[in-house]
Design a protein around this ligand. Structure first.
Ligand code: TXA
Ligand code: MG
Length: 318
């Protein structure tokens, strides 16, 4: 059921069951982070491998020391600058967090989300919530209650409706090598903005064999329809004249007649707006009965980098 009733959502969470929650980034599939049984249900419903750890959502920075320890100064600096907001910190874990949440790692990923309904919910429960994005493993993340309903329909008692997600792409994840910050996943806060706060930052290498953050897995966020990513959409689509083509473009329409479906991410060329629209546009394209989707690479600055990263993973063959 899609509802705005927080009391109902709290009741379901207190009973150790799952609720879909709105956040400013994407919708999450939430359960009590202290409850192994709730967390197991999350993995099961998402069909997520148990070695891929979850993010724990807390109400405020004051709660951080209940779930994490040995917190580096730069982590506090980032938390103060960006919380509540789309920043996830990977820190040494306290024993309060069951191992299943962190996939047996000794670290835990934590964030304070910035969504009024979710903050109100968190203020009225006495546990943090574990929540991955509310999509089956590997598929496009949901940015509206309807996207979640399309994925999980009757399998979820409650989808808490907080409207369309304001940011539209996942949080930026930062971990630490000792005191040194390391970027684990590009997200809604640009690398440039992180660097303004704490100076330089290591970029983790994309390693599929042993990914530090499985959000770095190369095939991810993928539509069911075959997708290509290119700097030259006009040229590429000439190869597919006899197929039903959908295009995902940054600012400008194409004039070709044979294109069946066009999505423009931001008519004014605004990268924040493009990020907000990205997944909804991918969902629409994927539901338009197309043979292929051709996506245009965005300018490689700010959130353009994050969007290109998501599009690369969505268009990967394996
Ligand atoms: O914006 C977001 O972060 C959304 C909303 C719901 O908060 N959540 C989200 O969760 O994107 P999920 O599960 O789709 O992605 C979590 C990412 C995964 O790539 C996971 O590997 C990484 O966080 N992660 C979680 N715990 C980790 C840890 N201890 N060490 C390294 N990476 C971790
Ligand atoms: Mg996800």
């Amino acid at each position: 059921m899609i509802t705005k009733n927080i009391e109902l959502a709290i009741q379901v969470l207190n009973e150790d069951n799952l609720v879909a929650i709105p956040t400013e980034t994407v919708y999450g599939l939430a359960g009590n982070a202290f409850s192994e049984s709730a967390v197991h249900q999350i993995f099961e419903l998402k069909n997520r491998p148990l070695h891929n750890p979850l993010i724990v959502h807390i109400h405020s920075i004051d709660y951080l020391s209940k779930v994490a320890k040995e917190i580096p100064d730069k982590a506090y600096q980032l938390a103060k600058a960006f919380w509540p907001g789309p920043l996830t910190l990977v820190l040494n874990k306290k024993d309060t967090i069951p191992d299943v949440v962190s996939a047996q790692k000794n670290t835990v990923a934590v964030r304070v989300p910035n969504h009024p309904l979710l903050l109100e919910l968190l203020a009225n429960i006495d546990f943090p919530i574990a929540a991955p994005s509310a999509n089956p493993f590997g598929s496009i993340s949901p940015t509206s209650a309807m996207h979640v309903a399309n994925y999980f329909g009757d399998e979820l008692e409650i989808i808490l409706d907080g409207g369309e997600c304001e940011k539209g792409i996942e949080s930026t994840i930062i971990g630490f090598d000792g005191e040194d910050p390391v970027l684990y996943r590009m997200g809604s806060i640009s690398i440039e903005d992180i660097k303004k706060e704490i100076g330089d930052l290591q970029l983790i290498t994309k390693n599929d064999i042993n990914p530090e953050a499985p959000g770095m897995l190369s095939k991810h966020y993928a539509p069911k329809t075959k997708m290509y990513l290119t700097n030259h959409v006009h040229e590429l689509i000439q190869n597919f004249n006899h197929q039903k083509i959908g295009v995902l473009l940054f600012e400008k329409n194409l004039s070709e007649q044979h294109i069946k479906h066009q999505e423009i991410l931001s008519a004014t060329g605004n990268l924040n707006e493009a990020a907000k629209n990205l997944y909804a546009a991918m969902h629409r394209l994927d539901h338009s009965n197309l043979d292929i989707i051709v996506a245009e690479r965005l300018p490689d600055i700010g959130l353009g980098k994050t969007i290109n990263d998501k599009l690369e993973r969505a268009s990967k063959k394996e």
